[in-house]
Design a protein. Structure first.
Length: 107
C-alpha cells in the first residue's frame, strides 16, 4: 500500500511559502491551504499564474484549498507561482509560492 504524499503550502502570517521540489519530467499536484486567511469564508474561484518554463496542466479548488498540477521547469530553476482567489463574500486574495526544480542525482 502506498501513502499519499501531500505537497501543501499553508497560508499564514505573511511568511514566504515554498513547495517541495520536483523533477523536470514530473507532473505533480501542489496545494495551497487558505484556511487561516478565509475567516469562515469559502473559495468561489481560483486562478494560477505560472512563469514561462513551467506549465499548469490543470487546477481545482475546494472551499478551503486550491490545487495546481505543475509540469516542466529547468533543473536548478526556481519559479514563483501565484494563486489568485475570490471568496464567496467577494474578497480577492493572492498568494505566491516558490517551487524549485531538481533533477535526481544518479547513483
Amino acid at each position: 500500500m502506498s501513502a499519499k504524499v501531500r505537497r501543501v503550502a499553508t497560508v499564514n502570517s505573511g511568511r514566504g511559502l515554498r513547495w517541495p521540489s520536483k523533477q523536470p519530467a514530473e507532473v505533480l499536484d501542489f496545494a495551497i491551504d487558505w484556511t487561516a486567511r478565509l475567516e469562515g469564508d469559502a473559495i468561489a474561484s481560483s486562478a494560477f499564474v505560472v512563469p514561462p518554463g513551467v506549465t499548469a496542466a490543470s487546477s481545482s479548488r475546494s472551499a478551503r484549498e486550491t490545487v495546481v498540477w505543475l509540469a516542466g521547469g529547468v533543473d536548478r530553476g526556481s519559479y514563483l507561482v501565484v494563486n489568485r482567489i475570490t471568496t464567496t463574500a467577494g474578497r480577492e486574495m493572492r498568494q505566491a509560492v516558490r517551487i524549485r526544480i531538481r533533477a535526481r542525482s544518479r547513483q
